[in-house]
Design a protein around this ligand. Structure first.
Ligand code: G3I
Length: 349
């Protein structure tokens, strides 16, 4: 009889293909956020909406809160998509990361057309109007903002963004101050890629945020995008876990938080079993690193189903499968590796 019951149990567990507890319950038991970037129109798909609300306790707005989308014409704001995503999050007890207030991409055409004619004061006024209008609307509803995204080049110099050219280097601290003025309770992050481990770019980011902290510019954290390549998370690899931990810890020593903000693990060619298992190992390691670092309080994947991800088109690989769920919303090995990492007992300090 016992053997019969065991077979039934194992079969049901396999068929269910989900662990006993959803990721969000495992995360909440550790006062941790596991999130996903979303798109409003996809919430109309039941599989998408149900998987999202069951498994995640945080969302990020993947593109619809960016300036070119939310202020498509000067002074004309389109909040519908962001409203819908926030209403969904609130209905399912999920925190919201607002992405992003200032970026050199999704820079609206109406502003690009006049940027060469604007003086510094006029540009500052446009920036302040945008930030204040958007952040005040969502005051108390968006808990963390990516205030400025990708302001540095890989060599550590400031990127020659239109904002830098119109205003000067202090556009960044102004953006943080304007955001804080509009919602004093929101957590304000600087967000970037290729600045995850100890390197020239992360040094430049660190020096900037350390200066902000020293001067009392309101900032609460650094977002590490973490768009990684499967198989490169290892000592001697592009993402050395020790150097990632060092960077997270030095940011934490400033009193700032770290969010892994856009995690996905791409690969070349088809998603073979070998790659899916290596991907799972890498996802588990990234979560282990963040969970072990006191300053790291959230991991957000950039999407959650391989059906909707920027990777295939951007990296010209239609077979790319970078996320935790497959195209049919079934959990992949990566999902179970993340569940295992979240289920581990917190190590005693
Ligand atoms: O949803 C519309 C669809 O209805 C329409 O038919 C189609 C053609 O116009 O556009 C679709 O929207 C596109 C959207 O992605 C969803 O696919 C937008 O035009 C397109 O601009 C948008 O691109 C986003 C991109 O940022 C620019 O905002 C990507 O989703 C998003 O993944 C990407 O995310 C960036 C982060 O913000 C910063 N870090 C890098 C990351 C990847 O590039």
């Amino acid at each position: 009889m016992y053997k019969f019951l065991l077979i039934i149990f194992l079969a049901s567990a396999t068929l269910a293909a989900q662990p006993a507890e959803p990721l969000r319950e495992l995360a909440e038991a550790r006062n941790f956020y596991v999130g996903a970037a979303i798109q409003s129109r996809l919430l109309l798909n039941d599989d998408y909406a149900n998987t999202l609300s069951r498994e995640f306790n945080m969302i990020a707005t993947e593109y619809e809160t960016k300036m070119c989308e939310i202020q498509p014409f000067q002074g004309l704001y389109d909040f519908a998509a962001t409203d819908a995503m926030i209403e969904f999050a609130e209905a399912h007890d999920m925190a919201v990361r607002g992405h992003t207030l200032l970026w050199h991409e999704c820079f609206p055409d109406w502003l690009a057309r006049q940027s060469a004619q604007l003086n510094r004061e006029e540009a500052i006024a446009i920036m302040q109007d945008h930030i204040t209008t958007v952040v005040e609307r969502y005051k108390g509803r968006i808990s963390a903002w990516d205030v400025v995204n990708e302001a540095f080049e890989d060599d550590g110099r400031l990127r020659q963004t239109p904002w830098l050219q119109m205003i000067g280097p202090d556009y960044i601290e102004m953006a943080f101050q304007f955001t804080h003025d509009a919602d004093p309770d929101a957590l304000l992050f600087y967000n970037d890629y290729n600045a995850e481990v100890m390197n020239t770019k992360s040094d430049a980011v660190y020096e900037m945020v350390a200066d902000f902290v020293a001067r009392g510019i309101p900032i609460h954290g650094v977002g590490l995008q973490a768009h990684f390549i499967t198989g490169t998370i290892r000592e001697g690899g592009h993402i050395n876990p020790i150097r990632l931990t060092e960077n997270i810890e030095r940011i934490g020593e400033l009193g700032l938080q770290v969010h892994i903000t856009e995690l996905d693990l791409r690969h070349d060619g088809p998603a073979t079993d070998y790659l899916l298992n290596l991907q799972a190992e890498n996802y588990g390691e990234i979560f282990d690193i963040c969970l072990a670092a006191e300053a790291c309080t959230a991991v957000i994947t950039w999407g959650f189903t391989d059906r909707h991800t920027w990777i295939p088109q951007f990296f010209n690989n239609p077979e790319a499968a970078p996320l935790l769920f497959d195209r049919d919303f079934m959990p992949k090995p990566a999902y179970f590796a993340v569940a295992a990492a979240l289920a581990q007992e917190e190590t005693e300090e």
